[in-house]
Design a protein around this ligand. Structure first.
Ligand code: GLU
Length: 471
């Protein structure tokens, strides 16, 4: 019996972390935290072509960004465990539960062609099973692979944590290659040895692995290991109902950081995608850990919705600390050629604008109001100053006079504008619109007093003077 709940995420380093892998990791994390168990990370790096240190780093970065804290300080790498796989293979060979297969690639292709031609399902025919090759000469120059001797009869059944009971007849399965000629194990073998050695009690992964599970259960039995609970998660679909892929846009978790999403929004969104707790849409990591049950996961594919993700991100941006947002926005502003010298200003600007932004990129765009040189045409100025029967022009002129002697604080700016409104019997838009346009080039900005205060007295005065030239 497993003494503890242990889950793991076992990504292959392919250069990115897919949203689906991240969601699986979140559920593995939640199960471990729910039961006070452990959540482990293993890197399945046996694909030598794709596995580079950079690709591994991407996984570590994505885990960190999502704050998926795993419990093993030493991450497990499959390539460090080749000796262990070899040891188990040797035991299986000694027990007759595995055997060497010398069939060449060409021979196996021919076998499959023949099977197809006969209308049969292509499968390895057991030609190198010991009983089938008595007296057969071992071909020269062929490095054998090792195959697992799958039981011929019986049915493999497991009670899937999400899908419930699933059964597959052994007659459907063939003898799987478990170790290649170069001594590198295949996925289905390495995963079992690793999960066994790491004492994983719950194997939670994508539904694309359901077909692998009966094969893996047979290997567990052959090595005399306790079979864990398996739970498979339906795939994520794009908005068109097809499996989520690059075709749908961004599928890499870290790319969402660049697009301006907060990690807690992605965490929450992915957790909710395929699992529900009543009608809760926005919840914390702690709530997820408390509420999460595998049996509450949906059995049908979840559909990714950018609109919903943006809504959630907006909710998290609204409540995020302004200093933190400033740290996350600064490089985005610099990319837009802003010169951010005063952090407190930026913090204030963010406080002013964040309620309207659904991503950090939107927020950066909005913040540029305070950092760019405005583009203001003569027509824009004329449109403002000629309107309202000269009242706007008079109001702006009066404001300029007063502004020069004003202690530059929002309450003083507002009081001055109100006094001018009274004096000239005009309304707020008569004065606020032209000032906005003259100073920023925009008709709509956050409230005029705060906007002007943040822009600073010198800049406001010089912009108005420039705009009023010739009027
Ligand atoms: N490396 C496999 C994958 O990324 C892991 C599957 C599993 O969790 O067993 O799909």
């Amino acid at each position: 019996m497993f003494t503890k709940v242990r889950t793991r995420i076992a990504p292959s380093p392919t250069g990115m972390m897919h949203l689906g892998t991240a969601r699986t990791a979140i559920y593995c994390w939640a199960v471990a935290r729910h039961f006070g168990g452990e959540f482990l990370l293993r890197i399945e790096d046996t694909d030598r072509e794709r596995s580079t240190p950079e690709a591994v780093q991407v996984i570590l970065d994505a885990m960190k960004w999502l704050n998926l804290d795993y419990d093993n300080t030493e991450v497990v790498y499959q390539m460090d465990r080749l000796g262990r796989y070899r040891e188990v293979v040797n035991e299986l060979l000694a027990k007759g539960l595995a055997y060497k297969c010398y069939a060449t690639k060409e021979e196996l292709e021919q076998m499959r062609e023949d099977q197809k031609a006969r209308g049969e399902k292509p499968r390895y025919d057991g030609r190198w099973r010991p009983e089938n090759c008595v007296g057969k000469a071992i071909p020269e120059g062929v490095t054998p692979v090792i195959r697992f001797r799958n039981p011929d009869d019986g049915i493999v059944t497991w009670n899937d944590g999400v899908y419930g009971p699933i059964s597959i007849a052994n007659s459907e399965l063939d003898d799987l290659v478990i170790m290649r000629g170069d001594g590198i194990p295949t996925y289905n073998f390495a995963v079992v040895i690793d999960d066994w050695d790491m004492q994983i009690s719950h194997v939670i992964r994508g539904a694309d692995h359901i077909n692998n599970t009966p094969r893996q259960i047979n290997i567990y039995r052959a090595i005399g290991a306790e079979v864990p609970t398996f739970a498979h998660l339906p795939l994520i679909h794009g908005e068109d109902g097809q499996k989520l892929s690059k075709r749908h846009g961004t599928v890499s978790v870290l790319a969402y950081e660049e697009l301006g999403f907060l990690p807690e929004a992605i965490f929450n969104y992915l957790a909710r995608l395929g699992w529900a707790h009543g009608d809760a849409e926005k919840f914390s990591r702690e709530e997820l850990a408390e509420w999460f049950k595998l049996e509450d996961c949906s059995r049908s594919a979840a559909q990714f919705s950018m609109d919903k993700l943006k809504w959630l991100n907006h909710e998290y941006i609204k409540e995020a600390d302004n200093h933190r947002l400033a740290d996350l926005i600064r490089h985005r502003l610099e990319k837009r050629s802003a010169n951010v010298t005063n952090n407190e200003h930026l913090v204030e600007i963010i406080g002013l604008l964040k309620d309207r932004a659904s991503t950090l990129e939107d927020l950066a765009d909005e913040c540029m109001l305070f950092y760019r040189d405005p583009v203001i045409t003569e027509e824009m100025i004329r449109e403002q100053l000629e309107s309202n029967e000269g009242k706007s022009l008079a109001a702006v002129k009066r404001f300029l006079e007063e502004a020069r002697n004003l202690e530059w604080k929002r309450e003083n700016i507002l009081a001055t504008i109100k006094a001018i409104m009274k004096e000239l019997k005009c309304k707020m838009p008569h004065i606020a619109f032209p000032i906005r346009v003259l100073v920023t080039g925009e008709k709509h900005t956050p409230s005029i007093d705060i906007t002007l205060e943040i822009l600073g007295k010198d800049r406001v005065i010089s912009q108005i003077e420039k705009g009023l030239k010739g009027w």
